[in-house]
Design a protein around this ligand. Structure first.
Ligand code: NDP
Length: 458
């Protein structure tokens, strides 16, 4: 059993079973057995079932959000958006079964037709930072393409995924088409990866575990989609609307208490406006309301666990910079005292680009600010990382925006905005931030194999 704790109070919320290897094997066997009937459901009926699943989720948005507030400490407004995102992603991919076209290719001696075939059982391994959306981004296109799904939520945050599985059944999904197995990564996750009949792994989490999964998947040439860490740059040029850039910067990194792979955790500011930008940023950070996640006025909740808070502290406090000294804290917001895994939103000025707070993913409410001189230096600094997930570019010069966007090695960039994820556009990373793309119109390609069939005409 695993004890689920409310990170804002440290109170026990639930006891959840931790599945063992035998339970994983049994669930995979059931998912394999459910496959033929599920892929035989007509495209229109599969579409209808996904739309019904979306409608049932819609009817439970408030319930799912309340569960996430208690399990993950997400502010209630965020949690409602997250539940609504599951609904929207199911709705979006409900259109896909009827658009899974093949091709007919003229060839000598007959006709060649291609089909998009489902892979079989898809294993989805979800982290604790966005339990609902990340589950939805995998399960909706996987089911739409005719696969069955076995999903492992993070041990810390299983409650909404378990509820989504119940809602799927309520919507009329056949049994064993979508199964949620709570448990440890080292047990349930490892077994999903090693199981011969799990044909694809969709993994979101640390680069370390993602790298390990990629290596293990090679033994079976298992398909993988990996969404890993980020160290995204928020690049502010002197000609930008500085007020807007500064007002948006806190949410771009402190949303979900910074536990976001897209967090713009490095702010690069053109030297001539560096000090002015910090003057504008300070009140925006100080004014952030950090507090009880169930309060609609709260902007930022707690970190997920005591361990995560220790990790985050390590980037800021004693001996954290490249010379073994504490990092220079420019200013920080507030955080409640007492129980709960709180950490205040913190803005640091690293001594150099060698400091780990500048180089490594903090996954907490800490942002580092450094100046740059010109466009070329901004691009070089933004790219000086193994990651390449997101980023923002603030400028009024459209040509520069395009040049810099083409120069930054990152999968998702925003100009004069900090948005990263839209379910209708592809999402994924360059370099060690991942492999493959989720969301958008092409996601189903990652959940199907192309088969070509030649029919002789004589
Ligand atoms: P992990 O990568 O360990 O966990 C992500 C998921 O993978 C969880 O469901 C976890 O299970 C599972 N898992 C762990 N080990 C294995 C394994 N050997 N085989 C298969 N699945 C496994 O991330 P952490 O939770 O440890 O977070 C550590 C750091 O990773 C964070 O501080 C952050 O830097 C980064 N991270 C990035 C995320 C992103 O969105 N890109 C999301 C989460 C973390 P279990 O429940 O047992 O942990």
């Amino acid at each position: 059993m695993h004890t689920v704790v409310d990170p804002s109070t440290e109170d026990v919320v639930a006891e959840v079973e931790s599945c063992d290897v035998a339970q994983v094997d049994a669930a995979v066997a059931r998912a394999v057995a459910a496959g033929p009937a599920w892929r035989a459901v007509s495209p229109a009926d599969r579409a209808r079932l996904l739309r019904r699943f979306a409608a049932v989720v819609d009817g439970h948005v408030y319930e799912l959000a309340d569960l996430e507030v208690r399990n993950s400490g997400h502010p209630i407004g965020n949690a409602r958006w997250e539940a609504g995102n599951v609904r929207d992603v199911l709705d979006y991919y409900a259109a896909a079964p009827e658009r899974l076209f093949g091709r007919q290719i003229p060839v000598e001696g007959g006709l060649d037709v291609t089909f998009r075939e489902p892979l079989g059982v898809v294993g989805i391994i979800v982290p604790w930072n966005f339990p609902m959306p990340i589950a939805g981004w995998g399960l909706a296109p996987a089911l739409a393409a005719g696969n069955t799904v076995v999903l492992k939520p993070a041990e810390l945050t299983p409650l909404t995924a378990l509820r989504l599985a119940e809602l799927g059944l309520e919507a009329g999904l056949p049994p064993d088409v979508f199964t949620v197995l709570p448990g440890k990564g080292s047990v349930v996750g490892e077994r999903l990866v090693s199981h011969e009949q799990v044909r694809k792994i969709v993994f979101t989490g640390s680069t370390e575990v993602g790298t390990r999964i990629l290596r293990q998947a090679a033994d079976q040439v298992k398909r993988v989609t990996l969404e890993l860490g980020g160290k995204s740059a928020n690049i502010v040029f002197a000609d930008a609307d500085l007020e807007r850039a500064a007002a948006g910067a806190p949410a771009a990194v402190f949303d979900n208490a910074g536990q976001d792979c897209c967090a713009r955790s490095r702010i690069l500011v053109q030297r001539s406006v560096h000090d002015r930008f910090l003057e504008l940023l300070e009140p925006a950070v100080i004014e952030l309301r950090v507090g009880p996640p169930a309060d609609a006025a709260t902007d930022m909740g707690p970190l997920i666990s005591a361990d995560q808070r220790e990790r985050v502290r390590g980037f800021v406090e004693s001996g954290a910079d490249a010379r073994g000294r504490p990092v220079d804290v420019a200013f920080r917001g507030s955080a409640p005292d007492g129980r709960g895994f709180w950490y205040p939103p913190t803005v640091v000025l690293p001594g150099s680009t060698a400091d780990s707070v500048w180089r490594d993913e903090v996954f907490g409410p800490v942002v580092a600010v450094l100046p740059f001189d010109d466009e070329a230096e901004a691009v070089a600094m933004a790219n000086d990382t193994h990651c390449g997930l997101s980023g923002s570019i603030w400028t009024r010069d459209v040509g520069r925006a395009l040049r810099v966007a083409r120069g930054v090695e990152s999968g998702n960039l925003s100009v004069n905005s900090n948005s990263s994820v839209r379910y209708s556009t592809p999402f994924g990373g360059f370099k060690r931030s991942g492999l493959g793309r989720e969301l958008g119109p092409d996601a189903l390609e990652a959940f199907t194999e192309v088969k070509n069939v030649f029919v002789a005409d004589d």
